[in-house]
Design a binder for this molecule. Structure first.
Ligand SMILES: [Ca+2]
Length: 116
């Protein structure tokens, strides 16, 4: 019985570590985004208040812009700035405006309800 408690504690610690690693990666990606597009993060725009929702629908699920970034990352693009630039020409949410233009105009590139 004591062995089961130890096993559960190890599993729980592993899950917490995995969650911390994922959160760290997301924070790192967000910092890269904010550094690259700092000039366009203007108060009173959708983009400014989006925070994690620039790329995510919720904690676990990416929106169309986040998935485009993930595909670019999996294709081996580095550093992070190359990944963001690679998807600027795309219109990930099919609202008729490219991701790069949306970011420059303060709307969310992964949300078709947010457009200039
Ligand atoms: Ca949009």
């Amino acid at each position: 019985m004591k062995g089961n408690h130890v096993l559960c504690a190890v599993a729980a610690a592993g899950l917490l570590l995995a969650a911390a690693v994922i959160a760290g990666a997301h924070n790192k990606d967000q910092k890269h985004f904010e550094k690259l597009y700092y000039d366009y993060l203007i108060p009173d725009t959708d983009l400014y208040y989006a925070s994690c929702k620039v790329c995510h629908i919720n904690k676990r699920k990416l929106n169309s812009y986040g998935r485009a970034l993930r595909r670019a990352k999996k294709a081996g693009m580095e550093p992070a700035v190359e990944i963001y630039l690679a998807v600027e020409e795309k219109d990930s949410d099919y609202d008729g405006v490219s991701n790069g233009e949306e970011i420059r105009l303060g709307t969310k590139p992964g949300d078709k309800e947010s457009y200039p």
